[in-house]
Design a protein around this ligand. Structure first.
Ligand code: NDP
Length: 245
């Protein structure tokens, strides 16, 4: 971590990759606030794990589709945990279906959760992020290589993070803040279970022949958030077991 009282906020961390990131940041010494949308029971369980590791936890119910709720989550984190050093934009959905079938509401929701939420969360975090601050977003390996059909909206909304990350890294570099994008490949979560009917095809693409685990992604995020990540910024780092190789 960047200091002895690091505070992190992870969006969408009641389950899956976000929960693994929250645990990894706590294990590295951060107090961790995190958002969720529906699952309060799961959020409380993640908070209890973080507290058992000796760090403070702050679960916040906030829908990333609503910019006001995202901003309020950032401000509550800084108020209740005494600052903010690491922002991880992780909350996401997987709206996959034929291009012709998407409605305007679905397009807006995906863009708001994946792109606008990251944009406004970073803006709200700026007053608190000092030298050594970190903004890390979770994209997808599919932005670089669309491996199957149905991805038009997912990729539209996720690939916005690629250009955003580089632009923000350039702008915030002089303040000592790093900005990076981590792109998971197929990772065993509720969104993409390793035993689903689609998993076999995804495993075939994987150079290592395995299905990713949430901890694979979380370990990289913790590295970027810590002192060893100090010179990595504007980077797009893919953790996909060689799926895109
Ligand atoms: P899961 O569906 O397993 O978990 C999603 C998490 O995000 C849950 O904690 C959920 O909260 C929360 N969430 C969902 N929508 C919102 C919202 N509108 N506002 C706030 N929180 C929300 O997903 P994963 O862990 O698999 O995915 C995490 C990120 O990784 C996503 O951005 C995804 O696109 C990306 N990713 C995942 C891959 C995979 O194979 N799993 C591959 C590439 C990228 P709640 O429990 O309350 O619903």
């Amino acid at each position: 971590m960047t200091s002895s009282n690091t505070v992190a906020l992870v969006t969408g961390a009641s389950r899956g990759i976000g929960a693994a990131i929250a645990r990894a940041l706590a294990a590295a010494g951060a107090d961790v606030a995190f958002t969720y949308q529906h699952d309060e029971v799961a959020a409380k369980a993640v908070a209890a794990e973080i507290e058992a590791s000796g760090r403070r936890a702050l679960p916040i119910k906030a829908d990333s589709a609503d910019a006001a709720q995202v901003v309020a989550a950032v401000e509550r984190t800084a108020r209740e945990l005494g600052g903010l050093d690491v922002l991880v934009n992780n909350a996401g959905i997987f709206p996959a279906k034929p291009y012709a079938e998407f409605t305007l509401d679905e397009i807006d929701r995906a863009l708001n959760i994946h792109a606008r939420a990251a944009f406004v969360a970073g803006q709200a975090a700026l007053p608190y992020l000092g030298d050594g601050g970190r903004i890390i977003s979770i994209g997808t390996n599919l932005s670089d290589r669309a491996l199957f059909g149905g991805l038009s909206l997912y990729n539209l909304s996720k690939s916005a993070l690629n250009g955003f990350t580089k632009a923000l890294a350039r702008e915030l570099g002089p303040r000592g803040i790093t900005v990076n994008l981590v792109q998971p490949g197929p990772t065993d979560t509720d969104m993409n279970p390793a035993d689903s009917e689609h998993a076999a095809t995804q495993r075939e693409f994987n150079a290592l022949g395995r299905f990713g685990a949430a901890a694979d992604v979380a370990d990289l995020v913790a590295f970027l958030a810590g002192p060893s990540g100090r010179s990595i910024t504007g980077a797009i780092l893919t953790v996909d077991g060689g799926t895109n190789a």
